[in-house]
Write a protein that binds this ligand. Sequence first.
Ligand code: FE2
Length: 184
Amino acid sequence: MTSGYDSGDKTPLEAVTYVSFQELATRVSHRNTGKVTNDPVADRMLARISKDENLHMVFYRNIVAAALEIAPDETMRAIAGEVIGFEMPGATMAGFRRNSMIIAKAGIYDLRLHHDDVIMPILRHWDVFERTDLGGDGERARDELATFLEGLDTQASRFVERRAENRARAAARSDSDETPDVAS
Ligand SMILES: [Fe+2]
């Protein structure tokens, strides 16, 4: 904690845009982690932490909203870049991909939640797709963002379908495991 968050080579505008999404992502994942613990104390603790994460998100989201008013094109470029290149902190940690998959399979954080509960509510709050104050580069950035979001939505649907199939298969397997083996 003493070292803080290293935003790497992001500009200040990119960094505040990134954390707007990242704080909401932590809110969603902490909340859902609480639910799967099946432990009322852990659930309440994580609910409390996720409330804080929401306040962090609101703080950064307000800064970006102000930036959109001052510099719409530059800010739209930052938004498109941060959504398209989004990665949670720790993406370079050993085992990150494997752990992300476990978390997604458990429904704690997956592409559907990322699209529906993190990216889209913030974009709506910023009026991203209704703005009429963009110049050429802002328009291009918004188009790139829209194309990316379509792909993300498709991927999210595919993931949820596959997960449902796998869960159904696993449930069928465990049912048949419970059937007494009459031959023995
Ligand atoms: Fe936070």
